[in-house]
Design a binder for this molecule. Structure first.
Ligand code: NAP
Length: 240
C-alpha cells in the first residue's frame, strides 16, 4: 500500500501498489533471524529482503556484504544519523563487523579514525581510515576528541571510555550485546539498505574484505577459525 499527502486524516489517500516480483538475475540478502541459517544449499526467504547483487562483485564478496554492510549502514545512517563531513570513530575497525563501517562511513563522506591492533593498521588504512589507533599500546581517548559518532563493535570498557571522545550531542551506536549504554541495535534484513550498499559498490566502494573462503563441507573449520579471532574481514562459505 502506498500512502499519499501529508496532513490530517482527511488528507490521507492511499492506493494498493503492485507486489514486487523478483526478476531474473542474482540476488543477495540477509536471511531473517527467525529462519534457519544459511549453512545450506537452499533457503526460502521473503522476496522483500532481497536486492539485486552488485554486478561489480563476485559471489564470495557479494555474500560478505549483507550482514556486515547492513550492520554498517543501519548503525551509521539509520541509528547514527551520519552526515557528510562527520567525524567517526570505529572501535574494532579490522574485524568482521568493524571493517565495513570504516568503508561505508568514508564512502558517505565522513572522516574516520579506527582502533585496531598494530598488525592490522595498514589493512584498516587501506579501508579508508585516516587515523588508526593501536588498541593494545595506545589510549584512543588521548588521541581522538569531538567525534560526531562512535561505532562500537567491542563493548565493555572500550565502550565506557568512548563517551568522553564524543562532541556534545554526538552519538554512540553499539552492536556489542553487553549493552553498556548507547544505541544498541541488532542488524535487520533490509532491502532499502542493500540497494544503498549496491549503489555505493557501483560507485567504487565498498568491496567488503573477505578473510577466507571455505567450501560448505568445511563449515566446522570455518567456525573454529572464527573463534580464534584476529580476522581481517568476513569468513565466507562457498556453496557450489
Ligand atoms: N548487533 C548486531 O547486529 C551485530 C552484528 C554483527 C556482529 N555483532 C557483534 O559484534 C562483535 C564483533 O564481531 P566481529 O564479527 O567484528 O568480531 P571479530 O571479527 O572477531 O572482530 C573483532 C575485532 O575487534 C578487535 N578488538 C578486540 N578488542 C579490541 C579493543 N579493545 N579495541 C579495539 N579493537 C578491539 C579485534 O582485534 P584483535 O585482532 O586485535 O583481537 C578484532 O579485529 C561481536 O560481539 C558480535 O557478536 C553484532
Amino acid at each position: 500500500m502506498r500512502g499519499h499527502r501529508r496532513g490530517g486524516p482527511e488528507q490521507l489517500t492511499y492506493e494498493i501498489a503492485p507486489r514486487p516480483v523478483p526478476g531474473r538475475g542474482e540476488v543477495y540478502g540477509l536471511i531473517p533471524f527467525t529462519r534457519d541459517g544459511a549453512v545450506a544449499r537452499f533457503v526460502a526467504v521473503p522476496a522483500a529482503v532481497l536486492a539485486a547483487e552488485p554486478a561489480r562483485l563476485d559471489h564470495d564478496h557479494a555474500a560478505a556484504l549483507p550482514p556486515a554492510g547492513l550492520t554498517a549502514w543501519q548503525g551509521l545512517v539509520v541509528h547514527g544519523g551520519l552526515r557528510p563531513g562527520a567525524r567517526v570513530l570505529v572501535q574494532g575497525g579490522a574485524g568482521g563487523a568493524g571493517s565495513l563501517p570504516v568503508q561505508v562511513a568514508v564512502a558517505l563522506g565522513a572522516s574516520v579514525t579506527a582502533t585496531a591492533d598494530a598488525e592490522a593498521a595498514d589493512f584498516v588504512r587501506e579501508l579508508g581510515a585516516g587515523q588508526v589507533v593501536d588498541h593494545r599500546s595506545e589510549r584512543f581517548e588521548a588521541q581522538v576528541k569531538d567525534v560526531d559518532l562512535v561505532f562500537d563493535t567491542v563493548g565493555g570498557d572500550t565502550q565506557k571510555r568512548s563517551w568522553q571522545v564524543l562532541r556534545p550531542g554526538g552519538r554512540l551506536v553499539s552492536i556489542d550485546a553487553t549493552k553498556e549504554g548507547g544505541r544498541f541495535f541488532v542488524v535487520e534484513p533490509d532491502r532499502t539498505g542493500l540497494e544503498e550498499l549496491s549503489r555505493l559498490v557501483a560507485d567504487g566502494e565498498p568491496a567488503p574484505p573477505v578473510d577466507r573462503v571455505l567450501p560448505l563441507a568445511e563449515t566446522a573449520q570455518a567456525y573454529a577459525a572464527l573463534e580464534q579471532g584476529h580476522r581481517r574481514g568476513k569468513t565466507v562459505l562457498h556453496v557450489s
